[in-house]
Design a binder for this molecule. Structure first.
Ligand code: KG4
Ligand code: ZN
Length: 340
Protein backbone atom coordinates (compact mmCIF):
# COMPACT_ATOMS: atom_id res chain seq x y z
CA UNK A 1 0.00 0.00 0.00
CA UNK A 2 1.28 3.48 -0.80
CA UNK A 3 2.40 5.52 2.21
CA UNK A 4 -0.08 8.24 3.25
CA UNK A 5 1.03 11.66 2.04
CA UNK A 6 1.18 14.29 4.77
CA UNK A 7 1.50 17.85 3.50
CA UNK A 8 2.76 20.39 6.04
CA UNK A 9 3.32 24.08 5.45
CA UNK A 10 5.89 25.75 7.72
CA UNK A 11 5.85 29.48 8.44
CA UNK A 12 8.89 31.30 9.84
CA UNK A 13 8.93 34.98 10.88
CA UNK A 14 11.05 35.14 14.04
CA UNK A 15 13.59 37.73 12.92
CA UNK A 16 14.11 39.40 9.54
CA UNK A 17 13.32 36.60 7.07
CA UNK A 18 9.75 35.82 6.04
CA UNK A 19 9.66 32.22 4.89
CA UNK A 20 7.16 29.51 3.97
CA UNK A 21 7.93 25.92 2.97
CA UNK A 22 5.87 22.90 1.99
CA UNK A 23 6.89 19.37 2.84
CA UNK A 24 5.40 16.08 1.67
CA UNK A 25 6.25 13.79 4.58
CA UNK A 26 9.94 14.56 5.21
CA UNK A 27 10.72 15.76 1.64
CA UNK A 28 10.85 19.43 0.67
CA UNK A 29 8.54 20.55 -2.14
CA UNK A 30 9.26 24.28 -1.73
CA UNK A 31 11.18 26.64 0.56
CA UNK A 32 10.60 30.34 -0.18
CA UNK A 33 12.52 32.99 1.75
CA UNK A 34 12.03 36.77 1.45
CA UNK A 35 14.83 38.55 3.26
CA UNK A 36 14.57 42.18 4.32
CA UNK A 37 17.24 44.38 2.77
CA UNK A 38 15.99 47.44 4.67
CA UNK A 39 18.00 46.56 7.82
CA UNK A 40 21.37 46.87 6.03
CA UNK A 41 20.94 50.68 6.11
CA UNK A 42 20.77 50.56 9.90
CA UNK A 43 23.59 48.06 10.53
CA UNK A 44 21.27 45.62 12.29
CA UNK A 45 17.68 44.40 12.49
CA UNK A 46 15.18 47.14 13.42
CA UNK A 47 12.29 45.23 15.09
CA UNK A 48 9.50 47.64 14.09
CA UNK A 49 10.59 47.62 10.44
CA UNK A 50 10.93 43.83 10.52
CA UNK A 51 7.34 43.27 11.65
CA UNK A 52 6.02 45.69 9.03
CA UNK A 53 7.96 43.90 6.28
CA UNK A 54 6.66 40.50 7.50
CA UNK A 55 3.11 41.86 7.13
CA UNK A 56 3.82 42.80 3.53
CA UNK A 57 5.64 39.57 2.70
CA UNK A 58 3.63 36.86 4.38
CA UNK A 59 0.76 36.47 1.90
CA UNK A 60 2.91 36.43 -1.28
CA UNK A 61 5.50 34.14 0.35
CA UNK A 62 2.89 31.58 1.43
CA UNK A 63 1.23 31.81 -1.96
CA UNK A 64 4.55 31.17 -3.75
CA UNK A 65 5.40 28.25 -1.47
CA UNK A 66 2.09 26.56 -2.34
CA UNK A 67 2.50 27.28 -6.07
CA UNK A 68 6.08 25.97 -6.17
CA UNK A 69 4.99 22.85 -4.29
CA UNK A 70 2.23 22.48 -6.88
CA UNK A 71 -0.49 21.86 -4.32
CA UNK A 72 -3.51 23.85 -3.21
CA UNK A 73 -4.19 24.84 0.36
CA UNK A 74 -7.04 22.35 0.73
CA UNK A 75 -4.49 19.52 0.43
CA UNK A 76 -2.58 20.68 3.53
CA UNK A 77 -2.63 18.35 6.55
CA UNK A 78 -1.43 20.91 9.13
CA UNK A 79 0.12 24.37 9.60
CA UNK A 80 3.40 24.66 11.52
CA UNK A 81 4.71 28.03 12.67
CA UNK A 82 7.54 29.51 14.73
CA UNK A 83 6.28 30.33 18.21
CA UNK A 84 9.65 31.62 19.48
CA UNK A 85 12.29 32.56 20.42
CA UNK A 86 12.56 35.77 18.40
CA UNK A 87 11.35 39.34 18.07
CA UNK A 88 7.82 39.69 19.42
CA UNK A 89 6.45 41.90 16.63
CA UNK A 90 7.87 39.57 14.00
CA UNK A 91 6.64 36.38 15.70
CA UNK A 92 3.12 37.82 16.01
CA UNK A 93 2.78 38.15 12.24
CA UNK A 94 3.57 34.46 11.57
CA UNK A 95 1.59 33.26 14.59
CA UNK A 96 -1.58 35.17 13.69
CA UNK A 97 -1.34 34.18 10.04
CA UNK A 98 -0.81 30.48 10.91
CA UNK A 99 -3.74 30.48 13.33
CA UNK A 100 -6.11 32.06 10.80
CA UNK A 101 -5.06 29.67 8.05
CA UNK A 102 -5.43 26.58 10.26
CA UNK A 103 -8.80 27.85 11.54
CA UNK A 104 -10.05 28.63 8.05
CA UNK A 105 -9.01 25.24 6.69
CA UNK A 106 -10.07 23.42 9.86
CA UNK A 107 -6.76 21.55 10.17
CA UNK A 108 -4.31 21.15 13.07
CA UNK A 109 -2.00 23.96 14.17
CA UNK A 110 1.53 23.04 15.33
CA UNK A 111 3.81 25.42 17.23
CA UNK A 112 7.55 25.07 16.69
CA UNK A 113 10.57 26.17 18.71
CA UNK A 114 12.96 27.96 16.32
CA UNK A 115 16.10 26.61 18.03
CA UNK A 116 14.83 23.02 17.94
CA UNK A 117 14.10 23.59 14.28
CA UNK A 118 17.70 24.64 13.50
CA UNK A 119 18.73 21.23 14.92
CA UNK A 120 15.94 19.13 13.40
CA UNK A 121 16.64 20.57 9.93
CA UNK A 122 19.03 17.61 9.74
CA UNK A 123 16.01 15.29 9.47
CA UNK A 124 14.81 16.69 6.14
CA UNK A 125 15.17 13.88 3.60
CA UNK A 126 17.93 14.69 1.09
CA UNK A 127 19.77 12.60 -1.46
CA UNK A 128 23.30 11.66 -0.36
CA UNK A 129 22.74 12.95 3.15
CA UNK A 130 22.64 10.70 6.20
CA UNK A 131 20.79 11.92 9.26
CA UNK A 132 22.59 12.04 12.62
CA UNK A 133 21.95 9.02 14.87
CA UNK A 134 20.87 9.53 18.51
CA UNK A 135 22.48 10.63 20.72
CA UNK A 136 24.36 13.43 18.97
CA UNK A 137 25.70 16.85 19.89
CA UNK A 138 24.33 19.88 18.07
CA UNK A 139 26.00 23.25 18.04
CA UNK A 140 23.58 26.01 17.05
CA UNK A 141 25.43 29.10 15.92
CA UNK A 142 23.43 32.07 14.69
CA UNK A 143 22.92 35.82 15.04
CA UNK A 144 20.84 35.29 18.17
CA UNK A 145 22.16 32.09 19.72
CA UNK A 146 25.21 29.99 20.47
CA UNK A 147 24.48 26.69 22.18
CA UNK A 148 25.79 23.15 22.49
CA UNK A 149 22.87 20.76 22.86
CA UNK A 150 22.78 17.04 23.62
CA UNK A 151 20.07 15.51 21.45
CA UNK A 152 18.81 12.16 22.74
CA UNK A 153 15.67 12.06 20.66
CA UNK A 154 13.83 14.42 18.28
CA UNK A 155 12.19 16.13 21.23
CA UNK A 156 14.56 15.28 24.03
CA UNK A 157 17.23 17.99 24.03
CA UNK A 158 19.45 19.27 26.81
CA UNK A 159 21.43 22.51 26.59
CA UNK A 160 24.96 21.73 27.83
CA UNK A 161 26.34 25.22 27.32
CA UNK A 162 25.47 28.57 25.78
CA UNK A 163 26.71 32.12 25.41
CA UNK A 164 26.65 34.31 28.48
CA UNK A 165 26.59 37.50 26.36
CA UNK A 166 26.76 37.95 22.55
CA UNK A 167 25.99 35.22 20.03
CA UNK A 168 28.73 34.17 17.61
CA UNK A 169 26.88 35.74 14.65
CA UNK A 170 26.79 39.01 16.59
CA UNK A 171 30.56 38.75 17.06
CA UNK A 172 30.88 38.53 13.27
CA UNK A 173 28.40 41.34 12.62
CA UNK A 174 29.79 43.73 15.26
CA UNK A 175 33.40 43.11 14.19
CA UNK A 176 32.28 43.84 10.64
CA UNK A 177 30.75 47.14 11.75
CA UNK A 178 34.09 48.17 13.33
CA UNK A 179 35.77 47.31 10.01
CA UNK A 180 33.22 49.32 8.03
CA UNK A 181 31.60 46.27 6.39
CA UNK A 182 27.88 46.02 5.62
CA UNK A 183 25.27 44.07 7.60
CA UNK A 184 25.24 41.12 8.08
CA UNK A 185 29.03 40.97 7.98
CA UNK A 186 29.48 37.22 8.55
CA UNK A 187 29.50 36.18 4.86
CA UNK A 188 31.90 39.04 3.89
CA UNK A 189 34.35 38.31 6.74
CA UNK A 190 34.20 34.63 5.74
CA UNK A 191 34.93 35.44 2.08
CA UNK A 192 37.86 37.71 2.93
CA UNK A 193 39.18 35.31 5.59
CA UNK A 194 39.84 32.77 2.85
CA UNK A 195 42.17 35.27 1.15
CA UNK A 196 44.12 36.38 4.25
CA UNK A 197 46.65 35.11 6.78
CA UNK A 198 44.86 33.73 9.86
CA UNK A 199 47.92 34.24 12.05
CA UNK A 200 48.63 37.85 11.07
CA UNK A 201 47.09 39.22 14.30
CA UNK A 202 46.46 37.49 17.58
CA UNK A 203 43.29 38.01 19.64
CA UNK A 204 43.01 36.49 23.08
CA UNK A 205 40.35 33.83 23.50
CA UNK A 206 37.93 34.41 26.40
CA UNK A 207 38.23 32.22 29.48
CA UNK A 208 34.78 30.88 30.25
CA UNK A 209 34.17 27.82 32.42
CA UNK A 210 32.66 24.62 31.11
CA UNK A 211 30.71 24.65 27.88
CA UNK A 212 29.53 28.25 28.04
CA UNK A 213 30.72 30.84 25.53
CA UNK A 214 31.47 34.56 25.65
CA UNK A 215 32.03 36.82 22.66
CA UNK A 216 31.64 40.36 24.00
CA UNK A 217 35.31 40.62 25.12
CA UNK A 218 36.50 39.66 21.66
CA UNK A 219 34.34 42.36 20.10
CA UNK A 220 35.89 44.99 22.43
CA UNK A 221 39.42 43.67 21.79
CA UNK A 222 38.87 44.04 18.03
CA UNK A 223 37.52 47.57 18.47
CA UNK A 224 40.56 48.67 20.55
CA UNK A 225 42.95 46.92 18.17
CA UNK A 226 41.48 48.72 15.14
CA UNK A 227 41.44 52.11 16.95
CA UNK A 228 45.10 51.69 18.00
CA UNK A 229 46.36 50.59 14.59
CA UNK A 230 44.34 53.25 12.74
CA UNK A 231 45.94 55.96 14.89
CA UNK A 232 49.36 54.83 13.67
CA UNK A 233 48.20 54.30 10.06
CA UNK A 234 44.84 55.72 8.94
CA UNK A 235 44.75 53.19 6.06
CA UNK A 236 45.43 50.20 8.31
CA UNK A 237 42.03 48.53 7.85
CA UNK A 238 41.93 49.08 4.10
CA UNK A 239 45.46 47.77 3.58
CA UNK A 240 45.08 44.70 5.80
CA UNK A 241 41.39 43.83 5.62
CA UNK A 242 41.80 40.23 4.46
CA UNK A 243 44.40 39.46 7.14
CA UNK A 244 42.24 41.08 9.84
CA UNK A 245 39.20 39.04 8.72
CA UNK A 246 41.26 35.84 8.59
CA UNK A 247 42.60 36.46 12.10
CA UNK A 248 39.12 37.17 13.51
CA UNK A 249 37.73 34.05 11.86
CA UNK A 250 40.66 31.94 13.11
CA UNK A 251 39.98 33.12 16.69
CA UNK A 252 36.21 32.54 16.51
CA UNK A 253 36.53 29.05 14.97
CA UNK A 254 39.16 28.24 17.64
CA UNK A 255 36.69 29.19 20.38
CA UNK A 256 33.90 27.07 18.87
CA UNK A 257 36.13 24.04 18.29
CA UNK A 258 37.66 24.18 21.81
CA UNK A 259 34.18 23.96 23.32
CA UNK A 260 33.09 21.18 20.98
CA UNK A 261 36.19 19.16 21.90
CA UNK A 262 35.36 19.64 25.58
CA UNK A 263 31.73 18.60 24.98
CA UNK A 264 32.91 15.40 23.23
CA UNK A 265 35.29 14.70 26.10
CA UNK A 266 32.55 15.21 28.70
CA UNK A 267 29.82 13.20 26.95
CA UNK A 268 31.78 10.63 24.91
CA UNK A 269 29.48 11.48 21.95
CA UNK A 270 31.32 11.85 18.65
CA UNK A 271 28.40 12.56 16.31
CA UNK A 272 28.41 16.33 15.81
CA UNK A 273 25.82 18.41 13.94
CA UNK A 274 25.75 22.16 13.39
CA UNK A 275 22.92 24.53 12.56
CA UNK A 276 22.10 28.25 12.33
CA UNK A 277 23.37 31.03 10.07
CA UNK A 278 27.03 30.73 11.08
CA UNK A 279 27.07 27.05 10.05
CA UNK A 280 27.31 28.41 6.49
CA UNK A 281 30.84 29.51 7.44
CA UNK A 282 33.66 27.89 5.47
CA UNK A 283 36.00 27.92 8.48
CA UNK A 284 33.72 25.91 10.77
CA UNK A 285 32.84 23.53 7.93
CA UNK A 286 36.51 22.84 7.25
CA UNK A 287 37.38 22.52 10.95
CA UNK A 288 34.64 19.91 11.36
CA UNK A 289 35.72 17.94 8.30
CA UNK A 290 39.30 17.96 9.65
CA UNK A 291 38.03 16.71 13.01
CA UNK A 292 36.64 13.60 11.28
CA UNK A 293 40.19 12.46 10.45
CA UNK A 294 41.88 13.96 13.50
CA UNK A 295 39.50 12.87 16.26
CA UNK A 296 37.31 10.22 14.64
CA UNK A 297 34.15 12.38 14.80
CA UNK A 298 31.28 12.01 12.36
CA UNK A 299 29.99 15.44 11.41
CA UNK A 300 26.66 16.57 9.96
CA UNK A 301 26.63 19.85 8.09
CA UNK A 302 23.31 21.12 6.74
CA UNK A 303 22.70 22.07 3.15
CA UNK A 304 23.38 25.78 2.68
CA UNK A 305 19.68 26.72 2.31
CA UNK A 306 18.86 25.19 5.71
CA UNK A 307 21.54 27.12 7.62
CA UNK A 308 20.13 30.66 7.79
CA UNK A 309 16.52 31.15 8.86
CA UNK A 310 14.10 29.21 6.68
CA UNK A 311 10.67 27.59 6.95
CA UNK A 312 11.76 24.14 5.74
CA UNK A 313 13.19 23.53 9.20
CA UNK A 314 9.89 24.64 10.76
CA UNK A 315 7.94 22.32 8.45
CA UNK A 316 10.08 19.26 9.32
CA UNK A 317 9.42 19.83 13.03
CA UNK A 318 5.75 20.18 12.11
CA UNK A 319 5.89 16.80 10.37
CA UNK A 320 7.62 15.09 13.30
CA UNK A 321 5.06 16.55 15.72
CA UNK A 322 2.20 15.63 13.36
CA UNK A 323 3.28 11.97 13.55
CA UNK A 324 2.95 12.18 17.36
CA UNK A 325 -0.35 14.09 17.08
CA UNK A 326 1.30 16.84 19.11
CA UNK A 327 -0.99 19.71 18.09
CA UNK A 328 -1.40 23.21 19.57
CA UNK A 329 -4.46 24.91 20.98
CA UNK A 330 -5.61 28.06 19.23
CA UNK A 331 -4.78 30.11 22.33
CA UNK A 332 -1.05 29.35 21.94
CA UNK A 333 0.94 32.60 22.12
CA UNK A 334 4.07 33.86 20.40
CA UNK A 335 6.86 33.78 22.99
CA UNK A 336 9.98 35.94 22.57
CA UNK A 337 12.05 33.91 25.04
CA UNK A 338 11.45 30.23 24.57
CA UNK A 339 13.78 27.54 25.89
CA UNK A 340 14.65 24.43 23.90
O1 KG4 B 1 20.28 31.79 11.71
P1 KG4 B 1 20.34 33.18 11.16
O2 KG4 B 1 19.91 33.39 9.73
O3 KG4 B 1 19.47 34.15 11.99
C1 KG4 B 1 19.37 34.09 13.37
O4 KG4 B 1 18.55 33.28 13.88
O5 KG4 B 1 20.16 34.82 13.99
O6 KG4 B 1 21.85 33.70 11.35
C2 KG4 B 1 22.28 34.96 10.91
C3 KG4 B 1 23.74 35.15 11.30
C4 KG4 B 1 24.28 36.55 11.05
O7 KG4 B 1 24.92 37.00 12.22
C5 KG4 B 1 25.29 36.37 9.90
O8 KG4 B 1 26.35 37.28 9.94
C6 KG4 B 1 25.76 34.96 10.15
O9 KG4 B 1 24.59 34.26 10.55
N1 KG4 B 1 26.36 34.32 8.96
C7 KG4 B 1 27.67 33.98 8.87
C8 KG4 B 1 27.86 33.42 7.58
N2 KG4 B 1 26.65 33.44 6.92
C9 KG4 B 1 25.75 33.98 7.79
N3 KG4 B 1 28.66 34.10 9.75
C10 KG4 B 1 29.88 33.68 9.39
N4 KG4 B 1 30.15 33.14 8.17
C11 KG4 B 1 29.17 32.99 7.24
N5 KG4 B 1 29.45 32.46 6.05
ZN1 ZN C 1 17.81 31.22 13.41
Amino acid sequence: MEKEKIYIIGIESSCDDTSAAVLCNDKILSNVVADQKIHAEYGGVVPELASRAHQQNIVPVVDQALKKANINKEQLSAIAFTRGPGLMGSLLVGTSFAKSLAYGLDIPLIDVNHMQAHILAHFIEEENYSKPPFPFLAMTISGGHTQIVKVTDHFNMQVLGETIDDAVGEAYDKSGKVLGLGYPAGPEIDRRAQLGNPKAYKFTKPKVDGLNFSFSGLKTAILYFVQRETKANPNFVKENLNDICASIQYTIIGILMDKLKLAVKQTGIKHIAIGGGVSANSGIRKALKDAEHKFGWTTYIPKFEYTTDNAAMIAIVGYLKYLKKDFSDFDVMATARLKI
